[in-house]
Design a protein around this ligand. Structure first.
Ligand SMILES: NC(=O)c1ccc[n+]([C@@H]2O[C@H](COP(=O)([O-])OP(=O)(O)OC[C@H]3O[C@@H](n4cnc5c(N)ncnc54)[C@H](OP(=O)(O)O)[C@@H]3O)[C@@H](O)[C@H]2O)c1
Length: 438
């Protein structure tokens, strides 16, 4: 194993990039901003550059122009570059570039689904022969760590099916068509306006992008060689709003799904628009999100959901791969999670949340005003009030906007002490939209 691939603990490691577009710029920024965390985790200080581009004169916010080069040899052939991050896309000349870097023992981290779904097996072999690593988490579902979960956490789980919504553009378009009853053309135009679809959306709407990702995911899930040519695919460009409406009326939503299965020991991978029952876990995945449902006998169903595109999102997966290549050294914080940043624990009374309160009250004039005054005194504001029943059976049900726990506890104690209130009020917390909701 060469010194390039197994840097001495503590030695600096140089990362060269091929490409500095949407993803490349986010990778450079993340490497610079996250330098300390990466160093603590891996034991290595990372040095960034050179970065290959076509046009070195182009303005790139936050990127030092001195890092840029138009000469591929400076990234591919310099033994000082230990890890090559490929975020330029395309099959040619990229394939030749990666072969060249791997041949000299550099490890490669790539986001390129089209290349991998055509030449993945060959590149993996080249990496193995050179004793280098080839990692490609960012090539499928951007921020969602599905490849790492398949390769490590579920390695022995014997996955029997992997069903995915792996293209955010089409999922956004289908969500819009179903929600608004808009035509395919209108929904596509809107997706382009919002940056969810490329100017030339053919790869996405025709299904090729999803097929490439499914080929990569199925290869890992089934430990088999699956290329894009093995994946029959259809897109959504021929769908009509009328069929989405019929599906809706029958209790389905239409999604572009990738379905990879083991059928009597053979691998089947296909991509097509499908009617998904409204109660199915994938039916709830809306907008540009991606989701992958992994099925095995032992683990039953595990679903991973998250953003499937975007510069920062994809850079997050690239960074994770860089850390995997470097490994994590003994004594680093990944080995000893408690030795993290040493943050203090927040006092429970200081934590904000929204609240539900039910209290039984005597149905007398002014009760609501007295309760409302207490909340106002404590700096809590009411979102909704429902009064039900009357006389001795009356109860007030309130939902409060987000406030501080201590304030709510004081308000509840004061309400309990009112003459109009008969029993202990019931207080529950409400999960806010910032806590995992839409
Ligand atoms: N964008 C996403 O959300 C996303 C998500 C997951 C995966 N990916 C994958 O990540 C890769 C990069 O995507 P991106 O959106 O960042 O693309 P991009 O914005 O078009 O950036 C491509 C970069 O590569 C450079 N480049 C392209 N061909 C080159 C060549 N022949 N020689 C030298 N430099 C070349 C370009 O240089 P110039 O700047 O000088 O033109 C540009 O900096 C693709 O494989 C894509 O499929 C992207």
């Amino acid at each position: 194993v060469s010194a390039v691939r197994a840097p001495e603990p503590g030695a600096p490691v140089r990362i060269g990039l091929l490409g500095c577009g949407t993803v490349g710029q986010a990778v450079v920024r993340t490497l610079i901003d996250g330098a300390r965390t990466i160093e603590r985790a891996s034991g290595h200080r990372l040095e960034v550059g050179p970065v290959l581009v076509r046009d070195a004169a182009r303005e790139r916010p936050g990127i030092d122009p001195a890092l840029l080069t138009t000469d591929p040899a400076r990234v591919l052939d310099d033994p000082a570059v230990a890890i090559v991050v490929e975020v330029m896309g395309g099959v040619e000349p990229t394939l030749g570039y990666l072969r060249r870097a791997l041949a000299r023992g550099a490890s490669v981290v790539t986001a390129n689904k089209q290349l991998l779904s055509r030449h993945g097996p060959e590149l993996l072999r080249a990496a193995e022969e050179a004793g280098a690593e080839l990692r490609f988490e960012a090539s499928a579902c951007a921020a969602i760590p599905v490849i790492k979960v398949l390769r490590e956490s579920l390695l022995a789980a014997e996955i029997r099916a992997l069903i995915g919504i792996v293209n955010g553009t089409t999922n956004y378009i289908l969500t819009e068509m179903a929600r608004e009853g808009t035509s395919y053309a209108e929904a596509l135009a809107r997706a382009q306006e919002l940056g969810y679809a490329e100017a030339d959306p053919t790869e996405d709407v025709g299904g090729a992008d999803a097929a490439a990702k499914m080929a990569i995911l199925a290869s890992i899930a089934f430990h088999s060689r699956v290329l894009i040519d093995d994946v029959p695919y259809e897109g959504i460009d021929h769908l009509q709003a009328e069929d989405l409406a019929h599906a809706e009326a029958l209790g389905f939503v239409v999604k572009l799904v990738g379905v990879a299965r083991l059928l009597n020991g053979s691998v089947s991978v296909r991509v097509y628009p499908a009617l998904v029952p409204r109660g199915h876990r994938l039916a709830a995945i809306g907008g540009p999100d991606n989701a992958v449902l992994l099925e095995s006998r032992a683990t039953r169903q595990i679903m991973l959901v998250g953003p499937g595109a975007g510069g920062d999102e994809t850079a997050s997966a690239v960074l994770a791969d860089i850390l995997s290549v470097l490994g994590t050294h003994q004594g680093s914080f990944l080995h000893n999670a408690l030795a993290d940043a040493g943050r203090p624990i927040a006092p429970p009374g200081s934590v904000p949340s929204a609240f539900y309160l039910r209290t039984s009250v005597a149905d007398r004039p002014g009760v609501l005003a007295r309760v409302a005054q207490i909340f106002a005194d404590e700096g809590l504001s009411i979102l909704s009030v429902v009064q039900s029943g009357y006389g001795d059976e009356a109860s007030l049900v309130l939902i409060l906007h987000e406030g501080i726990e201590d304030s709510m506890q004081r308000a509840v104690a004061r309400i309990r002490a009112l003459d109009d209130v008969r029993d202990d009020p019931v207080m529950l917390r409400v999960l806010g939209s910032g806590e995992g909701g839409e």
